[in-house]
Design a protein around this ligand. Sequence first.
Ligand code: A3P
Length: 345
Amino acid sequence: MLFKQQAWLRQKLLVLGSLAVGSLLYLVARVGSLDRLQPICPVEGRFGARGQADFPLRALQFKRGLLHEFRKGNASQEQVRLHELVQQLPKAIIIGVRKGGTRALLEMLNLHPAVVKASQEIHFFDNDENYAKGIEWYRKKMPLSYPQQITIEKSPAYFITEEVPERIYKMNSSIKLLIIVREPTTRAISDYTQVLEGKERKNKTYYKFEKLAIDPNTCEVNTKYKAVRTSIYTKHLERWLKYFPIEQFHVVDGDRLITEPLPELQLVEKFLNLPPRISQYNLYFNATRGFYCLRFNIIFNKCLAGSKGRIHPEVDPSVITKLRKFFHPFNQKFYQITGRTLNWP
Ligand code: A3P
């Protein structure tokens, strides 16, 4: 009799124990990460936009899963209305630079519960045909979000396209602008590698980098080559400064984002007036990929696509030296204007 009672009790305890463990696991998965289970710091005055300060981030974190489901399944009008979902114009834009790490930056910022990314590059401001469709067209391209969140989009062509600063200014003169840069010669080679891969995919031959970057007649750096021109960051930034004060820009060190992403992301959180929520838990180094990958919670993690982090072709060291010498004065000016010294060679 006693033995039977003990067995019954043990069975009951086992069921209760499993229920408790199951609930805990569910809770951790929904909340996202262990650090997010910690009490929320006071955020008064941290958010710039209306209503964000009094909206608990934890609630946003809980609602993220739902939001994701809505986006995947094209939420009905009724669901959009019921959950008070909106499509908001971006409060911040990653304007460039191509091959600087724009995708990694966007995806990493999207780890923050108050940030919602526009997954696709929209090319609204740099493409005349899209721009002619009007601002409502642009807004409709934005993802569903809660009013307390901020939307961020990235289109790296914005940085180098003449008409873009004025067009963005007309939409929102106080928008925050993010520029992610890499050491200019490495960026130019990365740019070349992307084009080369495209040519190879189409079974086309392509010039060597050296041939494009150096003018064969003068043996000087070929400033007509787009990959070189894009890396003269200061030239492009000067055009932007005709419309926006430097305080509205934040420079992200793309080389550091590769090796040590967290401090770079924390600087961006500060610039965007977001309470710090991205932690080391959200970023783990994947040795196979050779890059940091993203961890949203104990269930969901992801690395960037294989097209990010290509192996660069070997480039003649004398060409690298020549390019670095060429970029040097422009880099100095860039550090001076932005107040961010990056110590590029
Ligand atoms: P490479 O392919 O030259 O290595 P963009 O998204 O602007 O096109 O930038 C692509 C670059 O992002 C890649 O250039 C890669 O080095 C960099 N990058 C930064 N962080 C990364 C990450 N976590 N995973 C993959 N690529 C990353």
